[in-house]
Design a protein around this ligand. Structure first.
Ligand code: PSU
Ligand code: MN
Length: 304
């Protein structure tokens, strides 16, 4: 595949140093400009500070890039408004010479092809509420069922149907490890109120599970590490529940459907919590990136 690997990423891989893949849709479509660029740069810096190399993934002029330089990151965050590319969109985007930010499924696919095993994001896509009426399930879930990569996330956005998403992950055979928690995180909230089957407290235990996946072989599947936002940085749960209920009602009233639903709800949450939802979102990403760097460090140090 014609992947453009940043020099820094190529060197790190050749020398067996840790690399962490980062997703670009959250930069281009998940955060408001111009804050998005500052956050993207900060996340890359925090991977470096932890001794790993960041590899933000995106498609530029039809070419998948693994690791972006400063100008390329600015393009993804800027006014060009790159498209949102899930896994299925990669081939058409390449053929069209398009620019696009990759979702969890697009990023995981490209990162795995580049031989990167650890990936950090904010929240996974999942099963939308009202699935019985409109079968909207993110392509993230099926891609993770067939890609050997470890994804560190803060759960799935609370705008989704969390129990249904956990059920789908079970059906698809994707293991979920709660990091320091017996609850599945609730993205903006420390807990979604749903339990997880497995809990770990140390990056070494995550790396051990990755090793065991490889020892077992069999169908390729991801490992989801669900890392909660610290309680002191979460969105106030009462405010969250109230504004989310309003947002869902407004969405229904305005007849918003399909791809537009998530951005609509997220924007509503940010605007109606005085930005507190945005701060919780960024706090979650920071924590995930730091943990991913630690996992990647253990993973490369215990060479295989
Ligand atoms: N969760 C976030 N921010 C995001 C997304 C999820 O907190 O920006 C993005 C991710 O890129 C995820 C995608 O992969 O939304 C899922 O979109 P869809 O439901 O269209 O598959
Ligand atoms: Mn969708």
């Amino acid at each position: 595949m014609t992947l453009a690997l940043a020099e820094e990423v190529r060197d790190a891989k050749a020398q067996g140093r840790p690399v962490v893949a980062l997703e670009s849709t959250l930069i281009a479509h998940g955060l408001p400009r111009p804050r998005n660029l500052a956050v993207a740069q900060e996340l890359e810096e925090s991977v470096r500070a932890a001794g790993a190399v960041p590899a933000t993934v995106a498609v530029l002029d039809g070419r998948p890039h693994i690791g972006l330089d400063k100008a390329q990151l600015e393009r993804i965050a800027g006014d060009e408004r790159p498209r949102k590319l899930s896994w299925r969109d990669l081939a058409p985007a390449m053929a069209a010479g398009a620019c696009g930010a990759t979702t969890v499924s697009g990023t995981a696919f490209l990162a795995a092809h580049a031989g990167i095993r650890v990936f950090a994001t904010g929240g996974l896509g999942g099963v939308h509420r009202g699935w019985a009426r409109v079968q909207d399930e993110s392509a993230d879930l099926r891609l993770l069922a067939r890609t050997r990569i470890t994804v560190v996330c803060a759960g799935v956005k609370s705008v989704l149907d969390v129990p249904a998403t956990l059920q789908r992950l079970e059906t698809l055979g994707v293991a979920v490890l709660g990091y320091g928690t017996t609850d599945f995180p609730g993205f903006y909230l420390t807990s979604s109120g749903e339990p997880v089957d497995w809990t770990v407290h140390d990056p070494r235990r995550v790396a051990a599970a990755m090793r065991c996946q490889d020892l077992l072989g069999g169908p390729e599947a991801a490992l989801v590490v669900a890392n909660p936002v610290p309680e002191e940085e979460q969105l106030d749960p009462e405010l969250h529940d109230r504004v989310l209920a309003e947002a869902l009602a407004a969405c229904e009233r305005d007849g918003v459907v399909g791809q537009a639903v998530t951005p609509y709800l997220l924007d509503y949450l940010v605007r109606n919590t005085d930005g507190a939802a945005l701060e919780a979102n960024i706090a979650a990403m920071r924590g995930n990136v730091r943990l991913a760097a630690r996992i990647a460090a253990v993973w490369t140090a215990t060479a295989h």
